[in-house]
Design a protein around this ligand. Sequence first.
Ligand SMILES: *[C@@H]1O[C@H](CO)[C@@H](O)[C@H](O)[C@H]1NC(C)=O
Length: 409
Amino acid sequence: MDTPWTKLHSFQSVLVVLWLLFLSHPGYSEEEPCDICRYLVVNFKQGLEKTAGQNFGGGNTAWEEKKLAKYETSETRLLEVIEHVCDTSNFECNLMLEQSEELVETWWFKKRKQYPDLFQWLCMDTLKVCCPPGTFGPDCLSCSGGSERLCNGNGRCDGDGTRSGTGLCNCYLSYGGPFCAECSVGYYEAFRNETHLVCSECYKACSKCTGPEDDSCVLCKKGWMLHDRSCIDVDECGTEKAQCRANQFCVNLEGSYECRDCDKACVGCMGAGSARCKKCNKGYSRDGVKCLDINECNSEDPVCTGEHEVCVNAEGSHQCSCEKGYSKKDGVCTQDQQDQKGLFEDMTDDEIVVLQQMFFGVVLCALATLAAKGDMVFTAIFIGAVAAMAGYWLSERGDRLLDGFLKGR
Ligand SMILES: *[C@@H]1O[C@H](CO)[C@@H](O)[C@H](O)[C@H]1NC(C)=O
């Protein structure tokens, strides 16, 4: 049976399948276990804050203080906190929580005094999914950027604080070198002291410079030439550096060049447009400087010679189409069929009957709806029924009339 319940159930199964597909999708990257553990601990701490002072009546009787102290360290509170640590939809959080629930319980009852930092006790020391800051990898080795200011503050240590990664520096855009203590190509040292380095961008044409101005260049990027501490654009189109294909022309750009296609009127060209052709393409002829389309339809010898054919000129070519009222069939212009059928011509009589009944049905519905506005459902049904009968009777009477109407006679 297809009850609403089974429908809901199959809808849920579809959701589950979609979710599994999402998980197994190759592009789906698994979250770093240390991040999951950190998330778990953060939420745990929030839960502790929320339940702090709970079960406390506000009074300060000895009895109430005792009751509060009892709740503070109770299993009731622990379970309350654990219940809200992971969102139900967060699969990875729930998995890690399930695997470490007993550990958290142990910490709550036995280790809390000795190891107050749950993150360090759980994520670093016990589950061993995290490392102390500035260290990385399975054995929590020091990051290569030194542990004082990692990567000189100009990059991130790969795997910092986790049990994975390489420990190498991933420098921010303007910085380079193994410890991000240098400026990368196109940047200069705007500030440097013993511990800090700030790199700023050179003028766009410089790869090395002493300042941001266009005349403080020391080295130029590719496509530029150094002249008097300024970088000047190289016109590649005038040199052998530019290699464009046949039927293309070269355009010089700042620092580079581009090959663009010749106009379709050309075979080979020196630039854009039909006036820069080396030779004119087939279907075009030289008129002054431009290569213009030849109108084949105007030639002395007729080009379209078939019966009922007409010549239509096009860019660089022409077509032989048929006169109005004719169409190409097997390469010959043939007269189109004249006797167009009426809209309802090829309908069977049965279909017409159905159409009629539908027509009356629509009228009945309209009547019933109008009646229902008088807010009496029974009136509506009654009028509907009367109208149905009247409609049926009328439909037989109106057969001939409607038949004629539909056939357009
Ligand atoms: C270097 O510069 C930074 C940023 O201006 C400053 O905080 C730091 O104290 C300086 N260090 C030394 C050794 O001067």
